[in-house]
Design a protein around this ligand. Sequence first.
Ligand code: MG
Length: 400
Amino acid sequence: MTTPGPTVALIVAAGRGTRAAAAGQGPKQYAAIGRSTVLAQAIEPFLLHGRIDAVCTVIHADDHDLYGAATASLRRDGKLLLPVTGGATRQQSVLAGLDALSVLTPARVLIHDAARPFLTAAVIGRVLAALDRAPAAIAALPLTDTLKQAGAGDTVTATIPREGLWRAQTPQGFRFDTILTAHRRAASAGQDFTDDAAVAEWSAQGVQLVLGDAANIKLTTAEDMAMAVAAHAPIGMPDIRVGQGFDVHRFTTGDHVWLCGVCVPHSHGVEAHSDGDVALHALTDALLGAIADGDIGVHFKNTDPRWRGASSDQFLADAVARVTARGGMISNADVTVLCEAPKISAHRDAMRARMAAILGIPVDRVGLKATTTEQLGFAGRREGLAAMAIATVLFPAPPK
Ligand code: MG
Protein backbone atom coordinates (compact mmCIF):
# COMPACT_ATOMS: atom_id res chain seq x y z
CA MET A 1 0.00 0.00 0.00
CA THR A 2 1.47 3.35 -1.06
CA THR A 3 1.56 6.00 1.63
CA PRO A 4 0.31 9.37 0.35
CA GLY A 5 2.88 12.15 0.15
CA PRO A 6 6.00 13.00 -1.85
CA THR A 7 8.87 10.62 -2.47
CA VAL A 8 12.27 12.29 -2.14
CA ALA A 9 15.84 11.21 -2.84
CA LEU A 10 18.75 12.15 -0.61
CA ILE A 11 22.20 11.91 -2.20
CA VAL A 12 25.05 11.66 0.31
CA ALA A 13 28.06 13.52 -1.11
CA ALA A 14 29.70 15.06 1.95
CA GLY A 15 32.60 12.58 2.18
CA ARG A 16 36.18 13.51 1.39
CA GLY A 17 36.73 10.33 -0.66
CA THR A 18 40.41 10.27 0.20
CA ARG A 19 40.84 6.57 -0.65
CA ALA A 20 39.93 7.18 -4.30
CA ALA A 21 41.61 10.52 -4.79
CA ALA A 22 45.08 10.80 -6.22
CA ALA A 23 47.38 13.30 -4.55
CA GLY A 24 46.27 16.85 -5.15
CA GLN A 25 42.85 15.88 -6.50
CA GLY A 26 39.53 16.75 -4.94
CA PRO A 27 36.85 14.42 -3.59
CA LYS A 28 36.04 11.53 -5.92
CA GLN A 29 32.35 12.46 -6.29
CA TYR A 30 33.47 15.55 -8.25
CA ALA A 31 35.83 13.61 -10.55
CA ALA A 32 34.83 13.32 -14.20
CA ILE A 33 33.89 9.97 -15.71
CA GLY A 34 32.80 10.09 -19.32
CA ARG A 35 30.33 12.88 -20.01
CA SER A 36 30.05 14.37 -16.50
CA THR A 37 31.01 14.01 -12.85
CA VAL A 38 30.42 11.03 -10.58
CA LEU A 39 27.99 13.15 -8.55
CA ALA A 40 25.95 14.37 -11.53
CA GLN A 41 25.57 10.79 -12.73
CA ALA A 42 24.51 9.65 -9.25
CA ILE A 43 21.83 12.38 -9.10
CA GLU A 44 20.50 12.10 -12.65
CA PRO A 45 18.59 8.77 -12.40
CA PHE A 46 16.48 10.25 -9.59
CA LEU A 47 15.80 13.49 -11.51
CA LEU A 48 14.65 11.43 -14.48
CA HIS A 49 12.53 8.95 -12.47
CA GLY A 50 8.80 9.57 -12.64
CA ARG A 51 8.10 8.48 -9.05
CA ILE A 52 10.72 10.75 -7.45
CA ASP A 53 9.37 14.22 -6.60
CA ALA A 54 12.46 15.98 -5.25
CA VAL A 55 16.21 15.39 -4.99
CA CYS A 56 18.48 16.89 -2.36
CA THR A 57 22.23 16.45 -1.99
CA VAL A 58 24.21 16.65 1.24
CA ILE A 59 27.63 18.16 0.55
CA HIS A 60 30.72 19.20 2.48
CA ALA A 61 30.87 22.84 3.57
CA ASP A 62 33.94 23.37 1.35
CA ASP A 63 32.29 21.97 -1.79
CA HIS A 64 29.58 24.50 -2.74
CA ASP A 65 31.53 25.70 -5.80
CA LEU A 66 32.32 22.12 -6.87
CA TYR A 67 28.66 21.18 -6.43
CA GLY A 68 27.52 24.15 -8.51
CA ALA A 69 29.86 23.24 -11.35
CA ALA A 70 29.01 19.52 -11.18
CA THR A 71 25.26 20.04 -11.35
CA ALA A 72 25.17 22.97 -13.81
CA SER A 73 24.31 20.69 -16.72
CA LEU A 74 21.54 18.75 -14.95
CA ARG A 75 17.96 19.21 -16.06
CA ARG A 76 16.17 21.67 -13.77
CA ASP A 77 12.43 21.60 -13.28
CA GLY A 78 12.35 22.46 -9.60
CA LYS A 79 13.09 18.84 -8.70
CA LEU A 80 16.72 19.42 -7.70
CA LEU A 81 16.68 21.25 -4.36
CA LEU A 82 19.46 23.42 -2.94
CA PRO A 83 22.22 21.33 -1.34
CA VAL A 84 22.46 20.85 2.40
CA THR A 85 25.72 21.04 4.35
CA GLY A 86 26.61 17.73 5.99
CA GLY A 87 28.29 16.76 9.24
CA ALA A 88 31.51 15.08 10.33
CA THR A 89 30.29 11.52 9.67
CA ARG A 90 28.10 9.93 7.04
CA GLN A 91 25.38 9.36 9.62
CA GLN A 92 25.44 13.03 10.71
CA SER A 93 25.25 14.11 7.05
CA VAL A 94 22.21 11.91 6.40
CA LEU A 95 20.49 13.31 9.49
CA ALA A 96 21.20 16.88 8.32
CA GLY A 97 19.67 16.02 4.95
CA LEU A 98 16.60 14.37 6.47
CA ASP A 99 16.09 17.35 8.78
CA ALA A 100 16.21 19.73 5.81
CA LEU A 101 13.80 17.58 3.78
CA SER A 102 11.28 17.32 6.61
CA VAL A 103 9.74 20.67 5.59
CA LEU A 104 8.38 18.87 2.50
CA THR A 105 6.64 16.28 4.76
CA PRO A 106 7.74 13.45 2.47
CA ALA A 107 6.16 10.00 2.75
CA ARG A 108 9.25 8.13 1.52
CA VAL A 109 12.95 8.78 1.10
CA LEU A 110 15.54 6.94 -0.95
CA ILE A 111 19.07 7.50 0.39
CA HIS A 112 21.87 7.00 -2.16
CA ASP A 113 25.67 7.22 -2.08
CA ALA A 114 27.11 9.87 -4.42
CA ALA A 115 29.95 7.44 -5.18
CA ARG A 116 27.53 5.08 -7.01
CA PRO A 117 27.13 6.74 -10.43
CA PHE A 118 25.89 3.68 -12.35
CA LEU A 119 22.43 3.33 -10.83
CA THR A 120 19.58 2.39 -13.16
CA ALA A 121 15.90 3.33 -13.09
CA ALA A 122 15.13 -0.40 -12.74
CA VAL A 123 16.87 -0.62 -9.35
CA ILE A 124 15.10 2.56 -8.15
CA GLY A 125 11.82 0.98 -9.29
CA ARG A 126 12.49 -2.26 -7.39
CA VAL A 127 13.29 -0.40 -4.16
CA LEU A 128 10.15 1.76 -4.49
CA ALA A 129 7.96 -1.26 -5.24
CA ALA A 130 9.24 -3.09 -2.16
CA LEU A 131 8.81 0.07 -0.08
CA ASP A 132 5.10 -0.03 -0.89
CA ARG A 133 4.89 -3.25 1.13
CA ALA A 134 7.71 -2.99 3.70
CA PRO A 135 8.82 -0.18 6.05
CA ALA A 136 12.30 -0.26 4.50
CA ALA A 137 13.84 -1.73 1.33
CA ILE A 138 17.40 -1.74 0.09
CA ALA A 139 19.18 -2.74 -3.09
CA ALA A 140 21.59 -5.62 -2.44
CA LEU A 141 23.29 -8.50 -4.19
CA PRO A 142 23.63 -12.09 -2.97
CA LEU A 143 27.28 -12.96 -2.36
CA THR A 144 28.81 -15.00 -5.15
CA ASP A 145 32.40 -15.25 -3.88
CA THR A 146 33.30 -17.84 -1.28
CA LEU A 147 34.11 -16.21 2.05
CA LYS A 148 37.29 -17.07 3.92
CA GLN A 149 38.12 -16.18 7.47
CA ALA A 150 41.83 -15.53 8.02
CA GLY A 151 43.92 -15.84 11.13
CA ALA A 152 47.55 -14.92 11.77
CA GLY A 153 49.69 -14.56 8.65
CA ASP A 154 46.61 -14.44 6.42
CA THR A 155 46.12 -18.15 6.85
CA VAL A 156 42.58 -19.39 6.30
CA THR A 157 40.98 -20.56 9.52
CA ALA A 158 37.47 -21.13 8.21
CA THR A 159 35.24 -21.06 5.15
CA ILE A 160 32.12 -19.08 5.96
CA PRO A 161 28.89 -20.35 4.41
CA ARG A 162 27.66 -17.64 2.08
CA GLU A 163 24.05 -18.79 2.03
CA GLY A 164 21.80 -15.93 3.08
CA LEU A 165 24.59 -13.33 2.85
CA TRP A 166 24.01 -10.21 0.76
CA ARG A 167 26.10 -7.14 -0.05
CA ALA A 168 24.17 -3.94 0.69
CA GLN A 169 24.09 -1.26 -2.00
CA THR A 170 22.16 1.97 -2.26
CA PRO A 171 19.55 3.31 -2.80
CA GLN A 172 18.04 2.36 0.51
CA GLY A 173 14.38 3.31 0.86
CA PHE A 174 12.46 4.15 4.04
CA ARG A 175 9.23 5.61 5.32
CA PHE A 176 10.39 9.15 5.92
CA ASP A 177 9.12 9.70 9.47
CA THR A 178 10.38 6.39 10.80
CA ILE A 179 13.91 6.75 9.40
CA LEU A 180 14.14 10.37 10.60
CA THR A 181 13.06 9.31 14.08
CA ALA A 182 15.49 6.37 14.03
CA HIS A 183 18.39 8.60 12.93
CA ARG A 184 17.64 11.13 15.69
CA ARG A 185 17.53 8.34 18.28
CA ALA A 186 20.77 6.82 16.98
CA ALA A 187 22.47 10.24 17.18
CA SER A 188 21.27 10.74 20.76
CA ALA A 189 22.42 7.25 21.72
CA GLY A 190 25.86 7.83 20.20
CA GLN A 191 25.38 4.91 17.80
CA ASP A 192 27.43 5.03 14.60
CA PHE A 193 26.32 2.88 11.66
CA THR A 194 27.83 2.46 8.20
CA ASP A 195 24.53 2.50 6.34
CA ASP A 196 20.97 3.66 6.87
CA ALA A 197 19.50 0.16 6.81
CA ALA A 198 21.55 -0.54 9.94
CA VAL A 199 19.89 2.46 11.60
CA ALA A 200 16.47 1.04 10.63
CA GLU A 201 17.41 -2.45 11.85
CA TRP A 202 18.63 -0.98 15.15
CA SER A 203 15.21 0.62 15.59
CA ALA A 204 13.51 -2.70 14.77
CA GLN A 205 12.20 -1.79 11.32
CA GLY A 206 11.87 -4.68 8.89
CA VAL A 207 14.24 -4.17 5.96
CA GLN A 208 13.36 -5.86 2.67
CA LEU A 209 16.20 -6.87 0.33
CA VAL A 210 15.64 -6.31 -3.39
CA LEU A 211 17.96 -7.18 -6.22
CA GLY A 212 20.50 -4.44 -6.89
CA ASP A 213 22.78 -4.36 -9.90
CA ALA A 214 26.37 -5.59 -10.28
CA ALA A 215 27.15 -2.39 -12.20
CA ASN A 216 25.93 -0.24 -9.29
CA ILE A 217 29.36 -0.26 -7.67
CA LYS A 218 30.61 2.21 -5.10
CA LEU A 219 33.73 3.93 -6.39
CA THR A 220 36.01 3.56 -3.40
CA THR A 221 39.65 3.20 -4.42
CA ALA A 222 41.83 4.94 -7.01
CA GLU A 223 41.66 1.66 -8.98
CA ASP A 224 37.85 1.84 -9.00
CA MET A 225 38.07 5.38 -10.37
CA ALA A 226 40.55 4.40 -13.08
CA MET A 227 38.35 1.50 -14.17
CA ALA A 228 35.25 3.68 -14.26
CA VAL A 229 37.01 6.38 -16.28
CA ALA A 230 38.33 3.82 -18.77
CA ALA A 231 34.97 2.04 -19.09
CA HIS A 232 33.13 5.30 -19.66
CA ALA A 233 35.52 7.03 -22.00
CA PRO A 234 33.55 8.38 -24.95
CA ILE A 235 33.26 5.57 -27.46
CA GLY A 236 32.52 5.94 -31.14
CA MET A 237 34.10 9.38 -31.02
CA PRO A 238 37.59 9.11 -32.47
CA ASP A 239 40.19 11.68 -31.63
CA ILE A 240 40.36 13.71 -34.86
CA ARG A 241 43.30 16.01 -35.53
CA VAL A 242 43.83 18.40 -38.40
CA GLY A 243 47.08 19.99 -39.53
CA GLN A 244 47.91 22.57 -42.17
CA GLY A 245 51.07 23.44 -44.09
CA PHE A 246 52.27 26.16 -46.45
CA ASP A 247 55.42 26.49 -48.52
CA VAL A 248 56.96 28.80 -51.14
CA HIS A 249 59.95 28.42 -53.44
CA ARG A 250 61.44 31.01 -55.79
CA PHE A 251 61.89 30.24 -59.48
CA THR A 252 65.42 30.17 -60.87
CA THR A 253 67.06 28.93 -64.04
CA GLY A 254 66.24 25.36 -64.95
CA ASP A 255 63.96 23.20 -67.05
CA HIS A 256 61.69 21.41 -64.55
CA VAL A 257 60.04 21.64 -61.15
CA TRP A 258 59.10 18.85 -58.74
CA LEU A 259 55.48 19.09 -57.66
CA CYS A 260 53.55 16.51 -55.62
CA GLY A 261 56.35 14.01 -56.18
CA VAL A 262 56.17 14.35 -59.96
CA CYS A 263 58.77 15.96 -62.26
CA VAL A 264 57.07 18.61 -64.42
CA PRO A 265 58.90 20.21 -67.39
CA HIS A 266 58.99 24.00 -67.03
CA SER A 267 60.79 27.09 -68.27
CA HIS A 268 62.37 27.48 -64.81
CA GLY A 269 63.53 25.44 -61.88
CA VAL A 270 63.22 26.41 -58.18
CA GLU A 271 65.80 27.58 -55.65
CA ALA A 272 65.95 24.98 -52.89
CA HIS A 273 68.28 22.92 -50.76
CA SER A 274 66.24 19.81 -51.58
CA ASP A 275 64.33 19.19 -54.80
CA GLY A 276 62.07 22.14 -53.81
CA ASP A 277 58.72 20.32 -54.04
CA VAL A 278 56.46 22.95 -52.42
CA ALA A 279 53.43 20.62 -52.40
CA LEU A 280 55.19 17.78 -50.56
CA HIS A 281 56.79 20.28 -48.18
CA ALA A 282 53.38 21.79 -47.34
CA LEU A 283 51.86 18.33 -46.95
CA THR A 284 54.72 17.20 -44.69
CA ASP A 285 54.09 20.23 -42.47
CA ALA A 286 50.35 19.48 -42.43
CA LEU A 287 51.00 15.99 -41.05
CA LEU A 288 53.56 17.27 -38.53
CA GLY A 289 51.06 19.93 -37.49
CA ALA A 290 48.32 17.35 -36.94
CA ILE A 291 50.52 15.56 -34.41
CA ALA A 292 52.12 18.77 -33.10
CA ASP A 293 55.62 17.51 -33.91
CA GLY A 294 57.50 20.59 -35.07
CA ASP A 295 57.91 21.32 -38.77
CA ILE A 296 59.90 20.14 -41.76
CA GLY A 297 62.79 22.52 -40.96
CA VAL A 298 63.18 21.01 -37.48
CA HIS A 299 63.51 17.46 -38.78
CA PHE A 300 65.38 18.21 -42.06
CA LYS A 301 67.68 21.22 -41.62
CA ASN A 302 68.32 23.05 -44.88
CA THR A 303 71.98 23.32 -43.90
CA ASP A 304 72.39 19.54 -43.65
CA PRO A 305 74.35 18.23 -46.66
CA ARG A 306 72.36 14.97 -46.49
CA TRP A 307 69.30 16.81 -47.83
CA ARG A 308 71.07 18.67 -50.67
CA GLY A 309 69.00 17.93 -53.76
CA ALA A 310 67.06 15.36 -51.74
CA SER A 311 63.86 13.92 -53.11
CA SER A 312 61.08 15.34 -50.93
CA ASP A 313 59.12 12.09 -50.78
CA GLN A 314 61.40 11.02 -47.93
CA PHE A 315 60.35 14.06 -45.87
CA LEU A 316 56.70 13.14 -46.32
CA ALA A 317 57.42 9.46 -45.63
CA ASP A 318 59.12 10.47 -42.38
CA ALA A 319 56.06 12.47 -41.29
CA VAL A 320 53.83 9.50 -42.13
CA ALA A 321 56.04 7.29 -39.95
CA ARG A 322 55.76 9.80 -37.08
CA VAL A 323 51.94 9.67 -37.34
CA THR A 324 51.95 5.86 -37.41
CA ALA A 325 54.35 5.62 -34.46
CA ARG A 326 51.78 7.53 -32.37
CA GLY A 327 48.98 5.14 -33.34
CA GLY A 328 47.46 7.65 -35.76
CA MET A 329 45.79 6.90 -39.07
CA ILE A 330 45.80 9.40 -41.93
CA SER A 331 42.23 9.95 -43.06
CA ASN A 332 42.70 12.35 -45.94
CA ALA A 333 44.89 15.10 -47.37
CA ASP A 334 44.14 18.05 -49.59
CA VAL A 335 46.66 20.21 -51.47
CA THR A 336 46.32 23.51 -53.34
CA VAL A 337 49.14 24.68 -55.63
CA LEU A 338 49.36 28.42 -56.32
CA CYS A 339 51.16 29.45 -59.53
CA GLU A 340 50.59 30.93 -63.00
CA ALA A 341 52.64 28.13 -64.54
CA PRO A 342 53.30 25.28 -64.98
CA LYS A 343 49.79 23.94 -65.52
CA ILE A 344 49.19 20.87 -63.44
CA SER A 345 45.98 19.48 -64.96
CA ALA A 346 47.84 17.05 -67.22
CA HIS A 347 49.72 15.72 -64.17
CA ARG A 348 46.91 15.75 -61.63
CA ASP A 349 46.17 11.99 -61.64
CA ALA A 350 49.84 11.06 -61.43
CA MET A 351 50.39 13.57 -58.62
CA ARG A 352 47.42 12.31 -56.57
CA ALA A 353 48.56 8.71 -57.09
CA ARG A 354 52.10 9.56 -55.99
CA MET A 355 50.96 11.38 -52.84
CA ALA A 356 48.49 8.59 -51.99
CA ALA A 357 51.28 6.03 -52.33
CA ILE A 358 53.59 7.94 -49.96
CA LEU A 359 50.74 8.57 -47.50
CA GLY A 360 49.62 4.93 -47.71
CA ILE A 361 45.96 5.84 -48.27
CA PRO A 362 43.57 5.37 -51.22
CA VAL A 363 43.82 7.95 -53.97
CA ASP A 364 40.22 9.06 -53.40
CA ARG A 365 41.39 10.45 -50.05
CA VAL A 366 43.91 12.79 -51.67
CA GLY A 367 42.67 16.07 -53.12
CA LEU A 368 44.70 18.31 -55.43
CA LYS A 369 43.72 21.68 -56.83
CA ALA A 370 45.65 24.45 -58.55
CA THR A 371 44.92 28.11 -58.83
CA THR A 372 46.58 31.18 -60.25
CA THR A 373 46.63 34.34 -58.18
CA GLU A 374 45.21 36.47 -61.03
CA GLN A 375 48.74 37.73 -61.81
CA LEU A 376 48.87 39.35 -58.36
CA GLY A 377 51.73 38.99 -55.92
CA PHE A 378 54.89 36.91 -56.28
CA ALA A 379 53.09 33.94 -57.81
CA GLY A 380 51.24 36.23 -60.20
CA ARG A 381 54.54 37.83 -61.26
CA ARG A 382 55.87 34.29 -61.86
CA GLU A 383 58.65 34.82 -59.31
CA GLY A 384 57.90 31.55 -57.63
CA LEU A 385 55.20 29.11 -56.64
CA ALA A 386 53.45 28.13 -53.42
CA ALA A 387 51.38 25.30 -52.01
CA MET A 388 48.94 24.89 -49.15
CA ALA A 389 48.01 21.54 -47.63
CA ILE A 390 45.70 20.17 -44.98
CA ALA A 391 45.65 16.67 -43.50
CA THR A 392 43.38 14.80 -41.10
CA VAL A 393 44.72 12.21 -38.68
CA LEU A 394 42.51 9.88 -36.63
CA PHE A 395 43.39 8.29 -33.33
CA PRO A 396 41.05 5.40 -32.53
CA ALA A 397 40.42 6.40 -28.92
CA PRO A 398 41.13 9.43 -26.76
CA PRO A 399 44.68 9.41 -25.37
CA LYS A 400 44.68 7.94 -21.89
MG1 MG B 1 60.15 24.07 -48.92
